[in-house]
Design a protein around this ligand. Structure first.
Ligand SMILES: Nc1nc2c(c(=O)[nH]1)N[C@H]1C(S)=C(S)[C@@H](COP(=O)(O)OP(=O)(O)OC[C@H]3O[C@@H](n4cnc5c(=O)[nH]c(N)nc54)[C@H](O)[C@@H]3O)O[C@H]1N2
Ligand SMILES: Nc1nc2c(c(=O)[nH]1)N[C@H]1C(S)=C(S)[C@@H](COP(=O)(O)OP(=O)(O)OC[C@H]3O[C@@H](n4cnc5c(=O)[nH]c(N)nc54)[C@H](O)[C@@H]3O)O[C@H]1N2
Ligand code: SF4
Ligand SMILES: [Mo]
Length: 876
């Protein structure tokens, strides 16, 4: 609680692994005012666009408010009994490995701890895996191979103390925006150099000194070359090599790799090496371009090798830095959420570790072999080996590779339980039992961010309906399965104390994760727990690891591992000539169940798309704004084409966010084959092979609507606006009667209609209203609809008759697509201000229009606009 008494609370943002502190104040109408916490070490008051818009995502209209069994509301008591009975019965009939939990790096540590304890300690199976398998598994595997544990050596302060920051497969500007802001601030203060290694030109390239657009999957070859260059320079740290083994072999292996597989010029590769060798303080940040690969673990070790050989690790401003994606990706790793881990960084396969944890839990049994990893788990669901499945806080029917197959597997599983905050997800729609969880700001516990800082999430809002915290639901099922004592938890604080105590027991094995100083924490101190970096022991608080060696292999030494470049698992071929890269957008979070509720966040990029190089588009006969059909061996999508040279020829990029709820033909993971890294089991989500062709739509449509609409065309994509909804539509055959279609779409059989139809041209404009109040407007054409969307979506309150033209009145400029979501400033507004007011800098745009002055997440795009104007003027 803050000085202002009841009114202001400190908590942590529920989105990315930066783990920003927030100050929350209930607005009295069920919502919250959200500000950055100036005292939180992760953000020091900053927030990005998603954090700033949290208040817009808390409404209850989409919430799951009661348990449901087979689509019917049901009481908690009988529903929990049903879940416990079905799991117990399945275990009795088919053994413990016939059941599984699939959980999430967004669970709080306390939730995660209980789920893991129930499955590994009491069900007696290791079949618990998490979406972190799709996210951090390769980093975990790489860390463990090199260091002996899954340790992130550095801290966020290193980003400010570094002279060179290398971003490998990380679009930090969009995915960890507050860290990116910290890097940019440091660059301003000390001239930090930035290198981006990414096949695609991203917003993070905006401030970069060097962008290496390498061939997808070729990172190992690049870092092997760097290792060779290090070996031949005085950057090689022979003293530090005493803390390692394997250098000579790794170097010999590295020398075998041909750097030309990266597709980079010798000058670029040499420039990279020169920057790396020339700056002692270098931090290499890596993320999904590294992890989500069939050579992900080797990519991680190739990077770690360079830091180990140069001793650039664990010292201020130095080190490899795997940034975590989800708010508690790190906490989940600590707590043992992966199928091959025990709690507190202990290994399932080590008998001493197993005994220690079993004794501590007083558990009947602990399995001695790893459970099924995510991809294998859903295969086992598909072929009937898993007969009861509990999915918590994740949406695998969308986010798993080969997603259509995963969706079918879940649908056919004899018993599926889903815990979520909403029933409107592709996964929840398949469940036999739905359990309503309390969401962010309604529940409490801890999360660990990318730099090992443990922070509190706190309860500020009441639980809606009958929703209950995830840990509470899990513990109750554990008790009803017959494990009353082990799951007799009354609060999150109690779970945290048990977990902290367990970490002390495991410290005897000389592991890194130890927070035993918190084992006796009082409820009150837990309530007030300030952000703290682990380790937290009687001797030690926070800090970095490995500056002086002290690795966690039994000989205390790190392993410098021989790694060899391998291409992605699937090769492009005449039938599938394009490599499909996938990833994230600035203002959406994963499967959009929360961010799509915010009109502000929905304005940035309201429709799914495929980025394709203009020359590839030309070759395929694809024009700007056409729809394209993208096909792979596993599935098919329809997406809007964006012609752009941010992608190389032969490569295409699509965002991962759209779902059956928001754009059913854009479920991108339907296209991604389930190929995995042999060490980590992490799928290759960024290197599918696909074909791309123009989608021959008979008609295209655009609609704005006051209420939710119900499209059923071959292609549709839905987004929130301030006044209601907007939709893009298209179909292979046109309905016979557009007015009837509009009435169905807007569910307005009685509304008055104003319309213009031209059957010969295949165009129609229909505005439905009730006594002058807009209900919906539908614009149809035989080619992609040209109306001023950014003007129309600001309407619903406007004059229905005036809408028919699809254009604003002549004296009203079209603002263009929203770029600054905090202040709703459009691209055209910014361009016109740049030109008419002679604005030269991002700061000047901010001063003139406000854009970029709140969260700053759009600054890279503002810089890009300035550059495009520069280039245009230079060309004129
Ligand atoms: N706005 C937003 N932020 C988020 C999230 C979100 O959903 N939305 N999700 C969070 C989560 S869970 C995660 S894991 C992180 C992910 O954060 P990032 O990893 O930064 O995000 P991605 O966009 O998935 O991928 C990063 C980049 O990898 C590049 N890439 C693809 N293939 C290769 C390759 O072979 N080599 C290299 N070097 N690069 C390649 C892609 O072009 C892409 O730009 O973001 C977190 N933050
Ligand atoms: N092609 C492709 N696929 C990818 C990726 C990629 O880059 N490309 N990235 C992968 C990565 S890194 C990740 S992390 C995954 C993410 O993929 P998912 O984890 O599947 O995505 P989310 O949308 O975050 O799902 C979270 C779910 O939890 C629900 N929820 C929210 N709050 C609560 C709560 O308090 N309790 C409970 N029980 N439920 C809650 C939400 O409504 C939502 O349904 O996607 C992976 N898939
Ligand atoms: S950077 Fe943005 S999404 Fe990530 S924790 Fe901070 S405010 Fe939340
Ligand atoms: Mo992730």
């Amino acid at each position: 609680m803050d000085g202002a008494g009841q009114t202001q609370m400190r908590s942590t943002c529920p989105y990315c692994g930066v783990g920003c502190g927030v100050l929350l104040r209930p607005d009295g109408q069920g919502g919250l005012e959200v500000r950055g916490d100036p005292d939180h070490p992760a953000n020091l008051g900053r927030l990005c666009s998603k954090g700033s818009a949290l208040g817009e995502t808390l409404g209850h209209d989409q919430r799951l408010l009661t348990p449901q069994v087979d689509g019917q509301a049901a009481p908690w008591d009988s529903t929990l009994q049903l879940v416990a009975d079905r799991f117990s019965q399945t275990i009795a009939d088919h053994g413990p490995d016939s059941v599984a939990f699939y959980v999430s790096g967004q669970l709080l540590t306390e939730d995660y701890y209980v789920a893991n304890k129930l499955m590994k300690g009491f069900v007696g199976s290791a079949n618990i895996d998490t979406n972190s398998r799709l996210c951090m598994a390769s980093s975990v595997a790489g860390h463990k191979r090199a260091f002996g544990t899954d340790t992130v050596p550095g801290t966020y302060e290193d980003l400010e103390q570094a002279d060179l920051i290398v971003l490998v497969g990380s679009n930090l500007a969009w995915c960890h925006p507050v860290l990116y802001q910290r890097v940019l601030a440091a660059r301003k203060a000390r001239g930090t150099k930035i290198v981006v290694i990414d096949p695609r030109r991203t917003a993070s390239c905006d401030g970069a000194d060097l962008h290496l657009a390498l061939q997808p999957g070729s990172d190992v070859a690049l870092f092997n070359r760097l290792l060779c260059d290090i070996a031949q320079s005085d950057v090689l740290d022979r003293d530090f090599l005493n803390h390692t083994t394997g250098f000579e072999t790794a170097l010999e292996t590295a020398a075998q790799d041909d750097p030309s597989v990266t597709g980079l010029s010798e000058e670029d590769i040499a420039a990279f090496s020169a920057l790396w060798l020339g700056h002692e303080k270098v931090v290499t940040i890596y993320s999904q371009g590294v992890n989500q690969s069939t050579s992900g673990s080797d990519k991680v070790n190739a990077i770690l090798n360079c830091h180990l050989a140069s001793g650039r690790i664990g010292k201020p401003g130095c080190g490899p830095f795997s940034v975590t994606g989800q708010p508690n990706a790190m906490g989940g790793r600590e707590v043992g959420g992966l199928a091959n881990m025990l709690a507190c960084h202990l290994d399932l396969e080590n008998p001493d570790h197993r005994t220690a944890v079993r004794d501590f839990w007083q558990a009947p049994t602990i399995p001695d072999a790893p459970g099924l990893k995510a991809v294998d788990m859903f295969r086992a669901v598909g072929d009937g080996r898993i007969k009861a499945l509990w999915i918590i806080h994740t949406n695998p029917a969308v986010s798993m590779p080969d997603a259509d197959k995963v969706r079918d597997a879940i649908a056919n599983c004899p018993f599926t339980v889903v815990s979520d905050i909403t029933a409107q997800t592709d996964t929840a729609r398949l469940a036999n039992v739905l359990l309503p969880a309390t969401g962010w700001a309604e529940k409490e516990g801890t999360v660990t961010n990318s730099d090992r800082t443990i922070s509190r999430q706190r309860t500020v809002l009441p639980a809606p309906g009958q929703a209950r915290p995830d840990w509470d639901i899990l513990a109750e099922v554990g008790r009803r399965m017959g494990f009353a004592r082990a799951f007799d938890y009354a609060s999150a604080a109690e779970i945290f104390r048990e977990y902290a105590a367990l970490s002390g027991v495991t410290a005897q094995f000389g592991r890194d994760f130890d927070i035993s100083a918190q084992a006796q924490i009082s409820d009150r101190d837990y309530a007030d727990l300030p952000p703290q970096r682990w380790p937290l022991t009687a001797q030690r608080k926070g800090g970095r690891f490995f500056a002086d060696g002290g690795f966690f292999h039994s000989d205390g030494k790190a392993r410098i591992l021989p790694v060899t470049w391998r291409p992605p698992a699937e090769q492009t071929r005449p039938r599938y000539p394009y490599r499909l890269n996938t990833g994230r957008l600035r203002d959406q979070w994963h499967t959009m169940t929360r961010t799509a509720l915010s009109p502000r966040l929905s304005a940035h990029l309201p429709e799914p798309f495929l980025d394709i190089h203009p020359e590839d588009a030309l070759a395929e006969g694809i024009n700007a704004a056409d729809l394209v059909q993208v096909k792979s061996r596993t599935g098919s999508c329809i997406l809007r084409a964006r012609l752009t040279d941010t992608v190389a020829r032969g490569q295409v990029f699509a965002p991962m966010h759209w779902t059956g709820e928001t754009a059913p033909s854009a479920r991108i993971d339907a296209l991604v084959a389930a190929m995995t890294d042999p060490v980590s089991g992490q799928p290759e989500s960024k290197a599918a092979v696909v074909s791309v062709s123009r989608y021959a739509a008979a008609w295209y449509g655009f609609a704005v609507s006051r209420d939710a609409l119900a499209p059923n065309s071959d292609y549709w994509a839905l987004a929130r606006t301030h006044g209601g909804y907007r939709a893009e539509l298209a179909g292979a055959t046109a309905p016979e009667d557009w007015e009837a279609e509009a009435r169905r779409l807007f569910a307005a059989p009685e509304a008055e209609a104003i319309q213009l139809q031209d059957a010969a041209r295949g165009s129609a404009r229909i505005v439905l209203h009730e006594a002058g109040q807009l209900v919906g407007a539908l614009f149809v054409a035989a080619s992609p609809v040209a109306v001023m969307r950014d003007y129309l979506v600001t309407l619903p309150a406007g004059d229905p008759g005036a809408m028919l033209s699809g254009k604003p009145p002549v004296d009203m400029p079209n603002p263009g697509p929203v770029l600054c979501s905090c202040f709703g400033v459009g691209v055209n507004t910014i361009l016109s201000a740049i030109e008419t007011q002679g604005l030269l800098t991002v700061e000047a745009i901010g001063a003139a229009l406000g854009a970029g002055t709140n969260c700053g997440s759009c600054k890279p795009e503002l810089a890009d606009l300035l550059r495009s104007v520069d280039q245009r003027e230079a060309a004129e």
